[in-house]
Design a protein around this ligand. Sequence first.
Ligand code: BTN
Length: 268
Amino acid sequence: MLNLIDFSALLKTETVGRSKVNELHDVIDSTNTRMATLSREGVPEGTIVFARQQTAGRGRLGRQWISPPNSGLYMSVLLRPEQAVGELPVITLGVGVAVTKAIFAIAGLHVGLKWVNDIICDGKKVGGILAEMPSGEKNKPALVIGIGINTTFDPNDVPEELKEKMYWLEAATGTSINTNELAAEICFQLEEVYTAMTRRETAKILDEWRAFSVTLGQEIVCTTPSREIRGTAIDVTDTGALIIQTATGREHLLGGEISIRTAGGSYV
Ligand code: BTN
């Protein structure tokens, strides 16, 4: 079971996860919400909040992140990046790269990245990333990186409407996952990516994202509040926007969610 002593003993990092004020909650509403509060109180970069269960776990686009007890890794990491706000989306792509590498290192599983940051295995979602900038921050700009990875789900905890879309690492690998090892490896990979970003090696991170992508080359559809964009995802820009080739030209998608066309012609 996730615990701070085993996690700390496994750490290979300089900063990420090394804070003296890391927290592990048995139950909390949302680790991202808690980290936003800690961030405003001035906790250092690299601080982590973990939970064994979240009662109000949050996903992207206002969705719920289902977080039953000891079924997944629920963690939020605080970064205080020097980069301009416009460059932050690339950091979140980099977090996807870090999580993908960590899952391979610990579970031996090749997962893919669906733009922006869904962690995908066999076409289903095993994890996601929610990057938020806390409001009312008096110190340096802060970025709360929330990471949720499904590890050991009881199928009874999966709502009917998500059964086709949701997956967990133990089902995919047939082996048990040590969440302390996974958490420590995510910290290591995240620090690698973050250091590269700080050294302005963005191109390398984007290339890794492209290599792990299950989006590029696919026919996609994206519904925004004002319209629907259909086309082929061909690349990401230097700032992390998705480039879509449509029938009439090229569009840059900055946010929202895409659906990918399957071989059967439906979009998932
Ligand atoms: C997504 O929608 O794909 C992002 C999911 C992010 C979930 C994680 S779990 C830990 C952290 N705390 C939250 O409330 N959300 C993130």
